[in-house]
Design a binder for this molecule. Structure first.
Ligand code: HDD
Length: 661
């Protein structure tokens, strides 16, 4: 780490110099060519940017540790899986489509990449927050990315798939139907990265000390559970704070609220077929539901330290699925096989050198001894003359290994998407229908829209296809022309497919959430503040006091946000302050009413404090709705906290299509 604070400015040759004033021919004269100092400063500045990642460009991350829960030597000889092993890690979170500077809350597949700096070398887990993928062959990846990024002849839309080339690609790749439906459900718009899973998508291979192979799929399961946004919030967050997710992670780590994930694996016997109970383990778009093969928890990831320098750490880190330690290996999945090449290649390009592995963030804690030499920016001075292998004159010595195999093919790409659709409750279905309508409604090319509805959505479910078509003005496929999923809730035998369904993760921790209280010069007294905080603080929930202006209010309470700086979309629930005299309802102006009602419209818990709370809710017309509470300050606070751990949101408030016809 380098610290330049308080030091005398120098050139990059270490010569003390003033680099803030140009050398000029007299006080009003031209700049002189001899001003080598400022020329070098400018030259460095002109080259400050490295190319952004071709995908997953927009990201951030943090350090932490991985701890093995036990002795897993029966599965693998990987050192980080042994009894008591604790390794340092860095995790980077990203979104696929948006470029640097975009909104990280956008609807997308979110990347979840982790580098374990273990004693036996770097082990990278480069996954996404969803367990499937859009394609099965790496050869299609450049086309997928070309199709989902902005339209090249227009330069828009950036950061989203609601356009013709994307849906034309999806139309030609039905194997992605399940993944796209996941992205279009509320799973595609997570609240933040502390509440997402990670998934490796492919099958990998463990090898133990006896050289026995066990196949596995890996997951990071968030101890905080899953939480998502409402789509309307996504669009507003993008406008007011497109860094919402990194701010959330950063602030929570600074506050000591360290997010944790359990490392869980589904294990499959390696009998040479790469099949498990009819599931093809070489097809990355095919998932094996947890109900069919429950994951086993092997360890825990904790993120507990923010980085110091964005460029040197999250931006410069190079992840690669090819970075595995001895004891972890691959299978002949054609998507994975191309990934084994592409990441190292892109790292070489981004760092303009194969020496990117020597950067502090990429360097293993395990010793590096090899014959890779020279190239741009080689930082090491190696001793000795022997730089070839094998050798007999004292250079590095080789260990050894390798293997080859084959795979089968599955074909009903829609069955898995149908299972997912069947797992959603009526509200989650509506959100997914709305997301299809948003995307296809923006595609603009009627042929592409109709093709996607007929060729993909209608093969998943006829009712879904008709609802989407109806909403975007396309021809509705005839009733019965596609499969008809039972319309009662959660008909799936696999509820794990949609962890956001009510009741699926009851009693979630509220750690790191933020609740806003609507205040002004009379509403929300200090007594109210103490009553609320007494219950929020133990659950590590923060309180934002939102008022017409920031600063101390006449009640003595300090407002830390105003209607100009903030928006209801940044909070998980809303309180309405009370003046303690029974006159609150009269104290709400139009802006604060709008603030509360927007949160209400997003399904959030609303608590009106004080004896006058019920009257306030009456005046807003929401007094008798689920998730809306009034009463004594402590009762209301407890009710809101319980709502946050339980249903989280009250989707009954969102409009739902009439599908009775
Ligand atoms: Fe990829 C980045 C995840 C398929 C080629 N990918 C990248 C990142 C994540 C993933 C999380 C960001 C890493 C970081 O934070 O630096 N990618 C996935 C998953 C996939 C997947 C889960 C499917 C299972 N990717 C995939 C394919 C290819 C790539 C099939 C090419 C054959 N991915 C890349 C890349 C990137 C990348 C071009 C861009 C930046 C980087 O690698 O370091 O090489």
């Amino acid at each position: 780490m380098v610290n330049t604070n308080g030091k005398i400015d120098t050139t990059d040759a270490g010569v003390q110099a003033n680099v803030s004033n140009s050398l000029r021919a007299g006080p009003r004269g031209y700049n002189l060519l001899e001003d080598t100092t400022v020329r070098k400063k400018m030259l460095h500045f002109d080259r400050e940017r490295a190319p952004e990642r071709v995908v997953h460009a927009l990201g951030h991350g943090a350090y932490g540790e991985f701890e093995s829960y036990g002795d897993w030597s029966n599965l693998s000889r990987a050192c980080w899986m042994q009894q008591g092993a604790v390794s340092e890690v860095f995790s980077r979170f990203s979104v696929v489509v948006a470029s640097v500077g975009g909104s990280e809350s956008g609807r997308d597949t979110h990347g979840f990449a982790t580098k374990i700096y273990s004693e036996c070398g770097n082990q990278d887990f480069v996954g996404n927050h969803l367990s499937s993928f859009f394609i099965n062959d790496g050869a299609d990846f450049p086309d997928l990315i070309h199709a989902v990024k902005f339209e090249v002849d227009k330069g828009f839309p950036t950061g989203g798939t609601a356009h013709p080339t994307a849906y034309d690609f999806f139309d030609h790749h039905p194997e992605g139907a399940f993944q796209l439906m996941n992205v279009l459900s509320d799973l595609g718009i997570p609240r933040d990265v502390r509440h997402i899973s990670g998934a490796g998508v492919h099958t990998f291979r463990f090898i133990n000390a006896q050289s026995q192979s066990t196949l596995f799929k890996w997951f990071w399961l968030p101890k905080l559970g899953h939480r998502s946004l409402a789509y309307d919030e996504v669009t507003k967050i993008a406008g007011k704070n497109n860094n919402f997710q990194r701010v959330d992670l950063y602030n929570n780590i600074e506050a000591g609220n360290y997010p944790e994930w359990e490392f869980a694996v589904q294990l499959f016997p390696d009998d040479g077929t790469y099949m498990y109970k009819g599931y093809d383990l070489l097809i990355p778009t095919v998932i094996v539901p947890f109900e069919v093969n429950p994951p086993v928890k092997l360890g825990k990831l904790t993120l507990n330290r923010n980085f110091n320098n964005f460029f040197a750490e999250p931006e410069s880190i190079s992840f690669a699925p090819s970075n595995v330690v001895d004891g972890v290996s691959f299978v002949p999945d054609p998507l994975l096989q191309w990934r084994l090449m592409s990441y190292d290649d892109t790292s070489t390009h981004r760092h303009n050198s194969p020496n990117g592995y020597t950067l502090p963030i990429n360097r293993p804690v395990a010793p590096v001894n090899n014959n890779y030499r020279d190239g741009y920016m080689q930082p090491y001075i190696f001793e000795g003359n022997s730089i070839s292998t094998p050798n007999g004159i004292g250079g590095v010595q080789e260990p050894g290994q390798n293997a080859t195999l084959q795979y089968a093919q599955a074909s009903d790409w829609f069955a898995q998407a149908r299972l997912f659709w069947g797992s959603l409750d009526v509200y989650a279905r509506q959100h997914t229908v709305d997301a299809y309508r948003f995307e296809l409604g923006n595609v603009g090319d009627a042929t592409v829209v109709q093709a996607y509805i007929d060729n993909t959505i209608n093969k998943v479910d006829n009712c879904l296809a008709r609802r989407v078509a109806y909403g975007v003005g396309a021809d509705m496929p005839a009733i019965g022309s596609g499969p008809m999923t039972n319309l009662t809730n959660a008909t799936t035998p696999y509820p794990s497919l949609y962890p956001l369904n009510p009741g699926q993760e009851a009693n979630k921790s509220n750690e790191g959430l933020t609740v806003a209280v609507v205040a002004n010069d009379t509403l929300f007294t200090e007594a109210g503040f103490h009553a609320v905080m007494a219950l929020l603080a133990p659950q590590k929930v923060s309180l934002a006091v939102v008022a017409p202006r920031i600063g101390e209010l006449q009640t003595g309470v300090t407002a830390n946000a105003s209607y100009i700086t903030t928006s209801s979309v940044f909070y998980d629930a809303i309180f309405i302050g009370s003046d303690g005299n029974g006159t609150t309802g009269a104290g709400l102006d139009l802006i604060s009413m709008g603030f509360v009602m927007e949160a209400y419209g997003h399904g959030k818990a609303i608590g009106a404090l004080g004896s006058d709370g019920a009257a306030t809710l009456q005046s807003l017309g929401i007094a008798n709705e689920p998730g809306v509470y009034s009463g004594a300050d402590s009762t209301v606070t407890s009710d809101v906290l319980a709502a946050l751990s339980g249903p989280v949101r009250f989707p009954q408030r969102f409009p739902v299509d009439d599908v009775s016809a």
